[in-house]
Design a protein around this ligand. Structure first.
Ligand SMILES: C[S@@+](CC[C@H](N)C(=O)[O-])C[C@H]1O[C@@H](n2cnc3c(N)ncnc32)[C@H](O)[C@@H]1O
Length: 232
């Protein structure tokens, strides 16, 4: 993971064009994605080869404005989101932008507009190395179950959720890491962890709010009935 000049310039361009993208740059949002990038590299390396694990293909579900895709820099990345507005940014080069050659070759992604549970693994990328879902709190249990069932066997699955029930869009927050793991079928994990973060200011009581984000990495199908040994 790198924050290159090009990436920062691209993000500034994003915020100028879509001011609501500022929401993606709260410290807690950026930290949760840094956490994901670091854990993925470290723990999947432990599992497979030595050194840092660098997947070659990835599908990001609930990609939003593609900030995580920009941070991961996985060569073949597909961004999936239900809202076309976000995907337009992920997919469309800003031709007025000075560094448009870099922008075109490295920082735009194939996209698929659908609800994550309706995604079809096509010839385009039938067996991605990794699938990522950082919107576990935004979807129903039925949507999650269907999405999970569709993931090809052997794929690394990285999920994040949180315990923030106060947000109107959070329809499936969890009370604990254990509940998060159970509800998301993360029974045999390569990694599991939690991170406290600061939420929106509580104006009524004039004080900060704190929540916990949860993350797990599993491998679809592989570990049923096995002891994988390196659970954190
Ligand atoms: C607030 S944003 C992302 C929040 C999350 N904590 C993160 O950083 O990834 C939620 C995103 O999920 C997308 N989304 C919500 N429901 C979805 C669904 N059923 N399928 C695909 N994307 C969905 C929204 O359009 C939006 O881009």
């Amino acid at each position: 993971m790198r924050f290159q000049e090009d990436t920062v310039l691209k993000w500034m361009s994003l915020v100028r064009k879509h001011p609501d993208a500022l929401e993606a740059f709260w410290p807690s949002q950026v930290q949760s994605k840094t956490w994901l990038c670091e854990v993925m590299g470290e723990y999947l390396a432990q599992e497979g080869s030595s050194g840092w694990y660098e997947p070659q293909s990835c599908i990001i579900f609930g990609s939003w404005y593609g900030v995580l895709a920009d941070m991961l820099e996985i060569p073949k990345t597909i961004c999936v989101d239900i809202d076309p507005k976000y995907l337009e940014w992920c997919n469309t080069p800003d031709l007025n932008w000075k560094a448009k050659d870099f922008h075109l070759s490295n920082k735009h992604y194939p996209t698929e507009q659908c609800s994550l549970d309706d995604y079809v693994y096509s010839e385009d990328l039938p067996n991605p190395d990794v699938v990522i879902n950082t919107i576990c709190e935004h979807i129903t249990q039925a949507q999650y179950d269907k999405w999970y069932d569709n993931i090809p066997e052997g794929t690394y699955v990285i999920i994040q959720g949180n315990n923030d029930f106060s947000h109107k869009d959070h329809i499936r927050a969890n009370n604990s890491l254990e509940e998060f793991l159970n509800n998301n079928h993360a029974i045999h994990t390569i990694y599991q962890g939690q991170l406290e973060y600061e939420g929106p200011w509580d104006h009524k009581n004039d004080r900060p709010t704190y929540f916990t984000r949860y993350m797990a990495i599993t491998k679809k199908g592989k570990y049923v009935g096995e002891d994988i040994g390196n659970i954190k």
